[in-house]
Design a protein around this ligand. Structure first.
Ligand SMILES: Nc1ncnc2c1ncn2[C@@H]1O[C@H](COP(=O)(O)OP(=O)(O)O)[C@@H](O)[C@H]1O
Ligand SMILES: [Mg+2]
Length: 436
């Protein structure tokens, strides 16, 4: 029986004869053996020796074997070293005490060589197996953690892939549909202009007939009554007008869809942002002025001193338009519920940190509910009635500001007291590219 691994054993015994015999036998069998004479010395030398097993005498001057065992078991670094007591005391209570203190075994003196070797080997083998098992468990835990991490990463990548795939095919679909609708809609609205003209002419002709032939023959008179001619004459222009509105609305939606799916790559130019805001306000003039049931909307401008800004002007104007229309909608909504109400939109511009521009558009309208504040930038998200909202305004604006201009678009809102949209873009697009 040769010990190939060369396990190390510490003998703690004040009896030199006993130690010598043990040292000789164990050494012979290939163990690395160290000997100390007391419990104190054992504790002192332990970090140096780092034994795989301790043979511990009970009766020693100074701290005895039990006490030494207690120390070793209380210490994190030594508590797993197997301890085998050696005792001349054959009393059962000592054996029990030794085991209770955490010893793995005991040997009764006088020592039997075969017994010592057999017990030492069993316990070393157990210890080695235990160490290997613990290592394997910890290796497996590590592997498991790593696997879990990899799995999480994979899932994230997959979600992103699916998402970007969805968005890109959605974009293509939208662009395709918008393109297909564009022609027939233009066709309808162009022909509506002619239809209007022709119908006007026909009505004029009819009027002339009525003037010059006030008393038609009974057959014609009957036809006039059967067709409720007065109503028809009155209703026809209205009908045409609503058809025009409808066509115009489809054109607008198509335009929005095309903008969203493939923002037209116009040239980047240096522009006066205030001119852009003012022209947008002018276009929206018809919606800022008095309507039967709502007061005029006050527009308060607090323009800062701005340099010319490098941007895609048409797109930035589109952003102003979308945000302002939303504000007007929110103000009209608020006006419905309040008797005394001064609707207003405040537009503030300023340069911040010397290299960015902020444009704040605030209204004192209906505000946005916390429940869906996080969704307002999602495509197709709208709280407006069917046919009024498309849910595209803010999604397009967000894309224009963040992707096309490397800026940010944020919203601060409180339900019932209003909203503020903050656009931040670099003064020069070259700065933002250099920073990347
Ligand atoms: N100034 C605002 N005040 C209150 N709600 C707003 C404001 N701006 C946007 N919203 C909310 O965000 C939603 C999405 O806006 P948008 O993308 O422009 O789509 P749409 O105007 O067609 O509904 C609106 O339906 C509205 O609920
Ligand atoms: Mg909108």
């Amino acid at each position: 029986m040769v010990n190939f691994i060369k396990n190390s054993i510490l003998i703690v015994d004040n009896n030199p004869n006993n130690s010598r015999v043990l040292f000789y036998i164990l050494h012979e069998y290939g163990f690395k053996v160290s000997v100390v004479k007391s419990g104190e010395m054992a504790l002192e030398k332990l970090p140096l020796i780092q034994p795989d097993l301790i043979l511990l005498d009970v009766m020693m001057p100074g701290i005895d074997g039990f006490e030494t065992c207690r120390y070793l078991k209380a210490n994190e670094a030594t508590k797993s070293i197997p301890i085998v007591f050696m005792t001349a005391l054959s009393e059962v209570e000592h054996k029990v005490k030794a085991l209770q203190l955490g010893a793995v075994d005991y040997i009764t003196k006088p020592i039997q060589v075969e017994e010592v070797l057999a017990r030492v080997n069993v316990h070393l083998e157990l210890r080695n197996t235990q160490i290997n098992l613990l290592k394997e468990i910890s290796d497996r835990r590590q592997a498991e953690t790593k696997l879990q991490q990899t799995l999480t990463e994979l899932q994230q990548v997959q979600t992103q892939l699916v998402q970007s795939e969805k968005m890109s095919s959605l974009g293509q679909l939208v662009a395709g549909v918008a393109h297909e609708i564009n022609n027939p809609v233009n066709f309808i609205s162009a022909n509506l202009i002619h239809a209007n003209e022709y119908i006007k002419n026909l009505l004029k002709l009819l009027q002339r007939y009525q003037e010059y032939y006030p008393n038609p023959v009974p057959e014609v008179q009957a036809e006039v009554e059967a067709n409720e001619l007065d109503f028809l004459i009155n209703d026809l222009p209205k009908l045409l007008q609503s058809m025009e509105f409808g066509a115009e609305r489809i054109q607008k939606i198509v335009l929005s869809l095309r903008m969203f799916s493939r923002l037209d790559e116009a040239e980047m130019k240096k522009v006066n942002i205030h001119e852009g805001i003012d022209s947008t306000l002018m276009i929206l003039g018809y919606r800022l002025q008095t309507k039967p049931n709502s007061p005029d909307i006050q527009v308060i401008k607090e323009y800062g001193n701005l340099p010319l800004i490098e941007c895609y002007a048409a797109q930035i104007n589109q952003v102003f338009m979308n945000i302002l229309i939303n504000s007007i909608d929110a103000l009209e909504e608020a006006a419905k519920n309040q008797k005394i109400f001064t609707p207003s939109i405040t537009i503030r511009t300023e340069v911040i940190n010397g290299d960015h521009l902020t444009i704040r558009i605030a209204d004192n309208g209906s505000g946005i509910s916390e429940d869906f504040e996080h969704r307002i930038f999602d495509p197709f998200f709208t709280t407006k009635p069917v046919g009024v909202g498309t849910g595209m305004g803010l999604a397009i604006s967000y894309q224009i500001v963040t992707e096309k201009h490397h800026g940010s678009l944020q919203c601060v809102s409180k339900l019932g007291s209003g909203s503020e949209f903050v656009i931040t873009i670099p003064l020069k697009q070259s700065i933002s590219l250099e920073q990347k």
